[in-house]
Design a protein around this ligand. Structure first.
Ligand SMILES: [Mn+2]
Length: 314
């Protein structure tokens, strides 16, 4: 059932012993949203925790300290943030499939799986979390401000993606002065790259193939590449942006081997392509300009052919 923002705030205030779920391969938006919401609920006297996500990266470990649910926590209310489908929830959330009370999300491809759902037309789930905690009458602290800032700057690529609206800036302006050391945060999350990531980038550059007169760039990453470079998930975060950064490329694609002989495709596009529609052909989804799909039992080369063929058919 779809509910309004006011109803989301009221529902949260009426409940206690709340568990917050994040999505697989957690990014800054899902984790920042979860941290901000958790801190906000606690400030309203609630017992609230975030379910430990198997994919949590080192940058978030410290920020999540004391917010992760103890093993024996038995929630009375379960909230999912930034997860478009139930399958997208982190693996550790398996016990809660079919039991999510509230989903708060911003993906146009959202498939309702929770008892109550709010899907906003926002650049980041973090924007919606700001709206909710404001409605809950929560006073923004520096920790909440930092979490919201990470969430929103992640999904807008630091306020530069086409999804960035005046409303995005308006929301951030409400707590910007509370965010401690924005330049340091920016460098930590968006500038610094590990040597492993640099090594992966060099392999990806060597793997690039162009299609449709250079409008489409496909990069391929094997399991062997990942092993060889020692890259972690954090090292690979949003690495598909490399393909989209090339002059003339309107659609950047990263194809990555999965451990179960499939391929995970990540797409980033200009307004000339609809990433969400292309990924939908393969059972995936996301946003118009950023989407993903996992294709089972296929090689990297076959996945490339299938996607290029799908583009031709659209
Ligand atoms: Mn998001």
């Amino acid at each position: 059932m779809k509910i309004s923002l006011n109803e989301v705030a009221d529902t949260l205030l009426l409940n206690d012993n709340i568990l917050i779920l994040t999505h697989k391969n957690p990014d800054g938006d899902t984790q920042g949203s979860a941290i901000a919401l958790c801190l906000a609920l606690k400030s309203r006297g609630k017992r609230a925790y975030i379910l430990a996500n198997e994919g949590t990266t080192p940058r978030f470990k410290a920020r999540l300290m004391s917010l992760e649910a103890p093993e024996d926590f038995a929630p009375d209310f379960v909230v999912a943030v930034d997860s478009a489908t139930e399958e997208r929830l982190c693996l550790s959330a398996n016990n809660y499939l079919g039991k999510v009370d509230l989903a708060v999300d911003h993906h146009i491809s959202h498939k309702e799986y929770a008892k109550k759902t709010y899907v906003g037309d926002n650049a980041a789930c973090g924007e919606i979390i700001w709206e909710i905690i404001t409605l809950m009458g929560v006073e923004i602290t520096d920790k909440i401000a930092e979490a919201l800032y990470i969430a929103i700057s992640t999904d807008t690529s630091c306020f530069l993606n086409a999804n960035t609206s005046a409303r995005t800036h308006e929301i951030v302006s409400k707590f910007f002065s509370m965010v401690p050391n924005v330049p340091a945060l920016h460098r930590e999350f968006f500038v610094v790259k590990s040597k492993a990531r640099l090594a992966v980038e060099s392999l990806l550059i060597a793997s690039i193939s162009f299609h449709l007169n250079g409008a489409v760039a496909v990069m391929k990453l094997t399991l062997e590449d990942i092993k060889k470079t020692g890259a972690s998930e954090d090292d690979l975060d949003n690495i598909v942006a490399l393909a989209r950064s090339i002059d003339g490329v309107e659609l950047g694609i990263l194809l990555r081997e999965t451990t179960d002989s499939g391929v995970k495709a990540s797409l980033r596009s200009s307004d000339k392509f609809n990433s969400s529609d292309i990924c939908a052909v393969f059972g995936g989804g996301g946003h118009v300009r950023a989407a993903g799909a996992t294709i089972a039992h296929i090689s990297l080369d076959m996945a490339e052919d299938a996607i290029i063929k799908a583009l031709g058919d659209m």
